[in-house]
Design a protein around this ligand. Structure first.
Ligand SMILES: CC(=O)N[C@H]1[C@@H](OP(=O)(O)OP(=O)(O)OC[C@H]2O[C@@H](n3ccc(=O)[nH]c3=O)[C@H](O)[C@@H]2O)O[C@H](CO)[C@@H](O)[C@@H]1O[C@H](C)C(=O)N[C@@H](C)C(=O)N[C@H](CCC(=O)N[C@@H](CCC[C@@H](N)C(=O)O)C(=O)O)C(=O)O
Ligand SMILES: Nc1ncnc2c1ncn2[C@@H]1O[C@H](COP(=O)(O)OP(=O)(O)OP(=O)(O)O)[C@@H](O)[C@H]1O
Ligand SMILES: C[C@@H](N)C(=O)N[C@H](C)C(=O)O
Length: 468
């Protein structure tokens, strides 16, 4: 986005400071003075550890073209400042105004699991026919979504925006900033149960996405999840007039479902689905859950007029964000399943299904860390995962963290032959490099806060891996 200081002030409801040059142009928006680009607009935010306003003068001195300045932070630095009551609210208004002006169609994606994966899939399909802009990484909250919009090229035809939450009202805000033409709800899991309290409340929070849905807009939802139907039948559900719906999932009552599953192990998945007849689709990642994500992406693509050939072309060009069941092989011949980006019971079960279904010349090993933010039933959830592991298809489980100790205990009771529980990633890694052999398959999965990829890297980098 390139705008003058005067335009920025009008778009975000601010007032240029007396010394500002109204026709000075700024290009690009950053909220971190450590990531300035020449001529950008710096938006200082007050956070838990820092206040960006402390870096305002330096940002201008280091080449920022202008900045927003919150009035209650004292006098603005000399230069192109726009005075506002609240810099975060101003950032959100700026994004909303820019989106209205550039007017792409908007696909909003939410759900407990699969937002980023589905976003990547939707983008790959639509990019075969449209100019598409998507959320980078996981920038999906009240700061990340505005920044995503403000980094959007002016000729964007479709914006694919991830909408995340960990409390009620957060998605309602995001869907007001970026009202979707199409809203997708991937599933209702257990993520952020700590804050929401129940899966019903999680469903209510996700369905806030319909509040901003444009009249006649399309809601694409997981038809296998009864809580979504329940909330949509509640008096408080605020979907728009003439809202269209498409349901996807395993159940044949859905508008789309898998009709043939040719493969979901290895590094790819191959399937057919109702809406695309006998066309075989291939995904560059394993797991039935990713076939279900793909059905959501197919529903979006079909809404925008793509045919089977374009959808096949799109999946062939799919570029996935890392650490979502990412399959690699070490020089020593060990297959690594990197699913370490995040974890909750639903995604943990899905990942173990993938491991248990993988062809392995040697052992199948699960390296599992704590699942966080699950609330009062957290120990029960960890035990359930351990109790659900199949001793016929998993040879060893190594756990990391105080909660996963309960997973380990339940896995032992279930009969998993080799189980080790650690508090310390280093010690876990020391045993793992001694354990693995060429031909083994090793899954890594834990919540983001565990940073379990640090253990995976010890195998990936190779020299420590034991050889027969
Ligand atoms: C506010 C901010 O952007 N903070 C980022 C910053 O954190 P840091 O600890 O360094 O500092 P402060 O937050 O205290 O800093 C305040 C501001 O000061 C700026 N600043 C600091 C130092 C300096 O020298 N110069 C400065 O200008 C600073 O940039 C701040 O603006 O850096 C961290 C490391 O890079 C960032 O991680 C941190 O970002 C926060 C977490 C953030 O929200 N970033 C968004 C852009 C974003 O979208 N991040 C996503 C993760 C989003 C997420 O977790 N989504 C949830 C669902 C939504 C939950 C919702 N309730 C929520 O609050 O997020 C999900 O489950 O998916 C990402 O990083 O991937
Ligand atoms: N439909 C699904 N059902 C269960 N697990 C899934 C599904 N889709 C993805 N996952 C798993 O959930 C984890 C997160 O995937 P992804 O990043 O795509 O979801 P997300 O909703 O963006 O996550 P987060 O909210 O943690 O950012 C990964 O381990 C992935 O394998
Ligand atoms: C920060 C929040 N979006 C998140 O991902 N929480 C998980 C559970 C974590 O931090 O590990």
């Amino acid at each position: 986005m390139t705008k003058t200081i005067e335009q920025i002030a009008a778009m975000c409801g601010g007032v240029p400071s007396p010394g500002a040059q109204l026709d000075a142009a700024v290009s690009g928006v950053v909220t971190d003075s450590r990531k300035l680009s020449p001529g950008c607009l710096f938006v200082p935010l007050a956070g838990e550890r820092f206040d960006g306003h402390d870096y305002g003068a330096a940002a201008l001195a280091e080449g920022a073209g202008g900045l927003l300045w919150q009035r209650d932070k004292g006098p603005a630095p000399e230069g192109n400042a726009v005075l506002v009551e609240d810099t975060l609210a101003a950032l959100q208004r700026l994004a909303s105004a820019y989106l209205k002006e550039t007017a792409p169609r908007v696909v909003g994606i939410t759900g407990s699991n699969g937002k980023t994966t589905t976003k990547d899939m939707v983008t790959a399909l639509l990019a075969t026919r449209y100019r598409v802009h998507k959320t980078q990484g996981n920038f999906n909250n009240h700061i990340g979504l505005p920044l995503t919009i403000l980094s959007m090229p002016e000729d964007t035809e479709i914006a694919v925006l991830e909408m995340g939450m960990s409390a009620r009202g957060e998605i309602a805000l995001l869907t007001q900033i970026a009202p979707p033409d199409v809203a997708v709800i991937t599933n209702i899991g257990e993520s952020h149960l700590l804050q929401l309290g129940s899966r019903l409340e999680i469903a209510r929070a996700k369905l806030e996405i319909a509040e901003g849905l444009k009249p006649g807009g399309l809601l694409i939802l997981n038809g296998d999840e009864p809580l979504l139907a329940q909330v949509m039948s509640e008096p408080g559900f605020a979907g728009p007039k003439e809202m269209q719906t498409v349901r996807f999932g395993m159940d044949e009552a859905n508008d789309d479902y898998p009709t043939g599953l040719l493969q979901t192990d290895g590094a790819t998945s191959m399937f057919t689905c109702r809406t695309l007849g006998d066309r075989t689709l291939t995904l560059p990642l394993p797991g039935m859950h990713n076939v279900i994500n793909a059905l959501a992406a197919i529903a979006v693509a079909r809404h925008f007029g793509l045919d089977g050939a374009a959808i096949t072309e799109g999946f062939g060009a799919l570029k996935l964000t890392g650490m979502r069941i990412e399959v690699t092989k070490t020089a020593a011949g060990v297959t690594l399943l990197n699913d370490a980006y995040n974890a909750s019971p639903t995604s943990m079960r899905a990942a173990l299904e993938v491991l248990q279904g993988m062809k392995a010349g040697g052992s199948r090993i699960a390296v599992l860390g704590d699942m966080l933010e699950l609330g009062e039933r957290e120990i029960e959830f960890h035990r359930e995962i351990g109790a659900g592991a199949d001793p016929e298809r998993i040879d060893a489980i190594l756990t990391c963290g105080p909660l996963s100790r309960h997973l380990a205990e339940a896995a032992r009771e279930r009969g998993i032959r080799e189980v080790h529980a650690f508090e310390d990633k280093e010690e876990l890694g020391d045993l793992l490099v001694r354990l693995v052999r060429p031909g083994d398959v090793v899954l890594f999965k834990a919540s983001r806060g565990m940073r379990l990829e640090e253990v995976l890297r010890r195998l990936q980098d190779g020299p420590e891996t034991a050889h027969n």
